[in-house]
Design a protein around this ligand. Structure first.
Ligand code: FE2
Length: 501
């Protein structure tokens, strides 16, 4: 069994490194290459073997996004999953020393392309209270009373897991101690435990496993790529002509979404794909999770400020560095949207009278489950700026924060297991190797946010606004470099213009 897996491992490592080495940063062209309408259709009509009916995806890949080589590569990969996939049954557990495990799984060929992950300071003596506000999972913390908080991931208990794994539904209770949180109780399939209990550390691991699983599957893939990200892109493609100023503002943040969502859906949600082979859920449960979390989607998560207010964590003297980091980027993106819109619309009436803008908003509102209204509308410049700033934040900042940023977290499975086994053993070597390659792939370079997009502008007004945005991002980068560095922080120079390869 091990010998057979060694051949599979060699081949899939080779594919991962070839893909990384061969990836080219895509230059974003001026819009107009394919002006035909793109419609939203149920995912299962585009991918008949993936039973997800609730989520709408584009009915076609526009010709200006086509990358036939990549599309063929993914079609072959989908077949390979079934006949020579990267996983094999009955393999031993990964080395208890994850440094050694990583040395083995992250080969010289990988390292020649991208440095190995770093170990977060907050993982040295893992304290769930600190991680609740100071890790990529900080977006779960919600107030329940004047000085009490929770992580509520109980809904994950409804989804079946692979044999031999612990179910993922977890509830963590926190109390506020000065400007920090202290975890006081964890309720899960492992029982209800407090920090004095022998099972506390294992329950902390299960809580982090639930958080990282939800972040990768729901927050990143469903709630950035598939649900609001695709709606943003389809509406922008279909409702705005190429020479419209709003199309030019949004274009760098939506171009290639249809192509990219097509290939990543094949790679991750196909039978034998990354999601079901890495994370805990069975295939049936995984597909149900995607359907359910599309139906339950609340667009407020796209606006980090309103989302934090709704979670009740603002203005309570709590140290929230991840939220501060997110809002610093959101401010710059909203200011950019507002500056740009004011350059083209002297007042709210002018914006409200633009039929293309109104059609764009109506399409976005129709495509987002539950509507876009909670994010803003297109009746006033201020409201539209808030909406657009949040959409840019979604595809650039949130895509990074819930995706690539996990590189330095997800592979330290002694702290944050990727699966929790009932027998207490670590995950098998093939699951760990697959996680390494999947996360390695997230680091493939995409078109950077910090570039001069003024070539997309229709005239001097747009050019000035694009340049002012770049200069604001540079100023934020400089400001952040003067502050203490941390792995949980996203920096403007890490941002990509959009979520697409
Ligand atoms: Fe992504």
């Amino acid at each position: 069994m091990v010998k057979m897996w060694t051949a599979r491992r060699w081949m899939w490592n080779r594919l991962a490194t070839l893909k990384f080495a061969g990836a080219k940063v895509v230059d974003i062209p001026v819009p107009g290459g394919d002006e035909a309408v793109v419609r939203g259709v149920p995912l299962s009509t585009r991918f008949p073997r993936i039973g997800i009916n609730e989520i709408l995806v584009a009915d076609r890949i526009p010709t200006d996004e086509h990358d036939l080589r990549a599309q063929r590569f993914y079609s072959v990969m989908e077949r390979l999953f079934r006949i020579f996939g990267p996983n094999a049954p009955g393999l031993p557990s990964v080395d208890a020393d994850r440094g050694a495990a990583l040395d083995r799984a992250y080969t010289e060929a990988h390292r020649a392309l991208f440095p190995a992950p770093e170990f977060p300071d907050e993982f040295r003596d893992p304290d769930l209270g600190l991680l609740a506000t100071t890790s990529p999972y900080a977006h779960y913390v919600t107030a329940t009373g004047p000085d009490t908080y929770e992580w509520d991931l109980r809904s994950l208990a409804e989804y079946d897991v692979h044999p031999g794994l612990v179910r993922l539904g977890v509830h963590v209770s926190f109390v506020q101690d000065g400007d920090r949180l202290r975890a006081v109780e964890i309720d899960s399939a492992l029982g209800t435990v407090t920090p004095e209990d022998a099972d506390w550390d294992r329950s902390v691991g299960l809580a982090l496993c639930a958080a990282t699983t939800h972040t990768s599957l729901v927050r990143h893939y469903n709630w950035v790529h598939l649900v609001p990200g695709a709606a943003f892109s389809i509406a922008t493609r279909s409702a705005l002509p190429a020479a419209h100023p709003l199309k030019r503002l949004l274009w760098p943040h939506v171009f290639r979404t249809q192509f990219s969502n097509w290939v990543t859906t094949v790679g991750q949600l196909s039978a034998g794909g990354d999601f079901e082979e890495i994370f805990s859920f069975t295939r049936e449960s995984l597909l149900r999770l995607f359907n359910d979390t599309c139906r339950d989607f609340d667009a407020i998560v796209v606006d980090p400020q309103r989302d934090a207010e709704k979670r009740g964590i603002v203005g309570r003297g709590l140290d929230v560095p991840v939220l501060d980091n997110s809002l610093a980027h959101h401010d710059v993106m909203r200011a950019h949207a507002e500056r740009y819109l004011r350059a083209y619309y002297p007042d709210d009436a002018a914006l409200a009278a633009d039929v293309d803008v109104q059609r764009w908003y109506a399409e976005l509102d129709r495509l987002i489950p539950g509507g876009a209204g909670v994010l803003g509308d297109a009746r006033t410049v201020e409201s539209a700026s808030r909406l657009i700033g949040s959409l840019i934040h979604l595809v650039a900042y949130q895509h990074e924060a819930y995706g690539t940023l996990l590189w330095n977290y997800q592979l330290w499975t002694q702290v944050e297991p990727i699966r929790v086994r009932t027998d207490g053993a670590p995950e098998p070597v093939d699951v760990y190797q697959r996680m390494v390659n999947a996360d390695f792939g997230l680091n493939i370079r995409r078109s950077p946010m910090m570039q001069d997009f003024s070539y997309l502008a229709l005239d001097g007004r747009g050019r000035a606004a694009f340049r002012a945005f770049l200069s604001d991002l540079l100023a934020l980068q400089t400001r952040m470099e003067a502050e203490p560095q941390a792995l949980y922080k996203v920096y403007p120079e890490m941002l990509e213009a959009n979520m697409n390869g």
